[in-house]
Design a protein around this ligand. Structure first.
Ligand SMILES: Cc1cc2nc3c(=O)[nH]c(=O)nc-3n(C[C@H](O)[C@H](O)[C@H](O)COP(=O)(O)OP(=O)(O)OC[C@H]3O[C@@H](n4cnc5c(N)ncnc54)[C@H](O)[C@@H]3O)c2cc1C
Length: 464
């Protein structure tokens, strides 16, 4: 069978590439070894957010007592909780299947035999002739020293979201976005959670003032957080795992039903014939591409997680789109604008561009402006307010150029996109001041921090 485009992998990068190529009138085949939707729909973005929604709903219900509305949560049915999660997964997966109705979708493991042939091993093995190939094979979960995945008690995200029931206790290794999000949701749902991080703070991607807010909220929700600590497998005990956690204060032994490892990913680029056909990889195994997602071999493109960090679904979507459009003859490179990132804890974090640590490492002369959530009308109306939250804007001193922004507080996942738009279009603080934002909304942190940066703060006193 001959196709204009053969896409390898049906995750966010692969399916968006396929849909875009179809829209441009190309004949498309997509090869997927497991489920359409990839990591994101099946074991990542979608199930984690479904779990977080439930955790947040419980958190909200618990907070209502303070306002005279007493709700009692008599029980959390730990198996039913995961049914909500799997319903969301199936809906997402079916949605992708529907979008690909006009593509030839082949179930199996694909591998490049040569630059124009993809060999598929599945129930039916076949070879596909391809004018162009888009490789979007994503990543695999990595383990940490002394632990090996057994799929039952020492697990990764895929095992976790396929459990029949939530465990009563869990130790999570890695306090990045995934570790923090899952920890908090589980703690709200009544699971005993231990979160172990080798670095001296949680959430390495954000500045300490931002991660400190989340650290406090995690502890308030009942998560036991161990920073500057290393977890070591110490054996199986009946139905539990014994873990030795060594930190500044010494060693603690913790018994849990499950250990979830959320400490990094490795690229799916080694066994699919890439190097053999001449595609270049960097020293970490990520595929080297240009701004049109083209690899060293002109008819082979790569998109999504396999092109390197940040490992995010919206980056994958865009790269898949650019690869397919390039094949269709559109000459539009990958936008240079920064990629925002959201962490779906309570409160949420949104950040974009440089953080303070990166700005100071880069030797940039910068200024920081902060607007606190305590001064934000909308937050004070919330029954789950986040008064420790703030928006922070980082500006280059000489030029007034916006380098980056971070928001931690209610609504941050959406508000951050105002800053993203501003940075992508290189708008100055004076230009941004012309925008009127509705009151009372969380988006007002944007106009407030911008007013502050322009020297004309409204809702907080000007610092002398
Ligand atoms: C728990 C968790 C939560 C996350 N939450 C978020 C979030 O909230 N927001 C966000 O932006 N990102 C999130 N991510 C990251 C996001 O899931 C990834 O960035 C995204 O899925 C990458 O898309 P991709 O298409 O590059 O790869 P993948 O989604 O990994 O898809 C690759 C596909 O290729 C298939 N494949 C691999 N090899 C072959 C082969 N040889 N033949 C055929 N098929 C093959 C795989 O089965 C898979 O379906 C999360 C990740 C995890 C683990």
């Amino acid at each position: 069978m001959r196709f204009d485009v053969v896409v390898l992998g049906g995750g966010p990068a692969g399916y968006v590439a396929a849909v875009t190529a179809l829209q441009r009138g190309l004949r498309v085949a997509l090869v997927e070894r497991r489920y359409l939707g990839g990591e994101c729909s099946n074991w990542g973005c979608i199930p984690s957010k479904a779990l977080i929604e439930l955790g947040n709903a419980v958190g909200l219900a618990k907070s209502l007592g303070r306002y005279g509305v007493s709700l009692s949560i008599s029980a959390v049915d730990k198996s039913k909780v995961l049914k909500h999660v799997s319903r969301a997964v199936v809906k997402a997966r079916e949605g992708v299947k529907y979008l690909l109705s006009d593509a030839v979708v082949i179930q199996g493991v694909g591998r490049l035999k040569d630059p124009h042939t993809v060999k598929v091993d599945g129930e039916v093995s076949t070879e596909l002739e391809a004018t162009n190939v888009i490789v979007a094979t994503g990543t695999e979960p990595k383990t940490v020293p002394t632990f090996s995945f057994d799929g039952e008690r020492v697990i990764h995200n895929r095992h976790f979201f396929e459990l029949d029931s939530l465990p009563n206790s869990m130790l999570i290794i890695g306090a990045g976005a995934i570790g923090c999000e899952i920890s908090e949701a589980l703690a709200q749902l009544g699971v005993e959670v231990h979160l172990v991080e080798i670095m001296d703070k949680i959430l390495p991607e954000v500045d300490r003032d931002v991660s400190d807010v989340i650290h406090k909220y995690l502890m308030r929700s009942g998560v036991k957080v161990y920073t500057s600590s290393q977890a070591q497998f110490a054996g199986y005990l009946n139905n539990e795992v014994l873990v030795r956690v060594t930190g500044r204060g010494g060693t603690t032994e913790i018994k849990v039903e499950k250990v979830l490892i959320a400490a990094g990913r490795s690229y799916n680029t080694s066994d699919i014939g890439l190097s053999e056909v001449g595609v270049e990889l960097d020293n970490k195994g990520a595929v080297i591409v240009n701004e049109f997602m083209r690899t060293a071999i002109p008819n082979i493109y790569a998109a999504g997680d396999i092109t390197g960090p940040p490992l995010l679904a919206h980056k994958a979507f865009r790269e898949g789109l650019i690869a397919a459009e390039t094949i269709a003859g559109v000459k539009e490179p990958l936008p240079r604008g920064p990629i925002p990132m959201v962490i779906y804890t309570h409160p949420e974090i949104g950040f974009v561009g440089l953080n303070e640590t990166q700005a100071s490492r880069a030797g940039v002369d910068y200024e920081v402006f902060r607007f606190p959530y305590v001064a934000l009308g909308r937050d004070s109306t919330s029954v789950r307010p986040t008064p420790e939250g703030f928006a922070k804007l980082i500006i280059e001193k000489n030029t007034g150029k916006i380098l980056g922004a971070a928001v931690v507080g209610n609504g941050a996942a959406d508000v951050i996109h105002l800053f993203t738009l501003a940075i992508s279009h290189r708008l100055s603080v004076e230009e941004l001041r012309k925008t009127i934002i509705s009151h009372p909304t969380y988006s007002e942190v944007f106009s407030e921090v911008v007013s502050e940066a322009s020297g004309k703060p409204i809702h907080i006193p000007k610092q002398k």
